[in-house]
Design a protein around this ligand. Structure first.
Ligand code: CO
Length: 212
């Protein structure tokens, strides 16, 4: 059997299981969605947020890109954010990176030519901002994993600075931004930073004081 056929076969089995557990499950899905969380994560195939948080369909509104970057000129993410916060009313926003991230490794080594490299230039900016601390680490794994943490921190600040998030906070909503790192080695999430409406962004401390 071809791998693509396996996907379809597994899909039929999944749908049947869902119905067996809860005959109304798809009726509710048709009614609409009320997710509690916006998830911004890496595209990496090993980092599957619905599975490792055991979120059900309807629980996470998801945007993924290589190295979980938050760029204000990314029309895709800005539309996702505007819809999530403005229309769906989501107040809990997560940026989740992961140790061993290939995108972060590439950014550290020097972004490759082509579209991937152009995208990773944003991650390279994070390295440039924290180069002294990262270069002082003894090996590539340690440098990569520290840049993963610094990247989550900087992307969370970018997220907090978007007009969408600022407007929601200014309107008095209890918007909370959570920076997390998922560990491929044990399947666990490590929280590394949190921003709420009382966090003065211009006073966000240096990563070595913020990060766990
Ligand atoms: Co990654």
């Amino acid at each position: 059997m071809q791998e693509i056929d396996q996907l379809l076969l597994h899909n039929r089995a999944w749908a049947a299981e869902q119905l067996a557990e809860d005959p109304q499950v798809f009726v509710r899905h048709v009614d609409g969605q009320q997710p509690v969380f916006l998830w911004i994560g890496c595209s990496d195939s090993r980092v599957a947020p619905d599975q490792f948080t055991q979120a059900q369909p309807g629980g996470l509104f998801v945007h993924r890109n290589i190295a979980n970057l938050v760029q204000h000129d990314d029309a895709n993410l800005m539309a996702v954010l505007d819809f999530a916060v403005g229309t769906l009313g989501i107040d809990r926003l997560v940026v989740c990176g992961h140790y061993g991230c290939g995108g972060i490794k590439a950014a550290l080594a020097g972004p490759p030519p082509g579209p991937v490299g152009a995208w990773l230039a944003h991650a390279r900016d994070v390295y440039d901002a924290h180069a002294d601390e990262i270069d002082a680490l003894p090996d590539e794994e340690a440098r990569t994993n520290r840049l993963v943490e610094c990247n989550v921190r900087d992307q969370l600040v970018h997220l907090a600075q978007t007009p969408t998030v600022r407007a929601a906070m200014a309107a008095g909503r209890d918007v909370r931004l959570h920076g997390w790192v998922y560990d491929l080695r044990d399947g666990l999430i490590k929280p590394v930073m949190e921003i709420d409406r009382d966090t003065p962004l211009d006073a966000v401390p240096a990563p070595e004081r913020v990060l766990v």
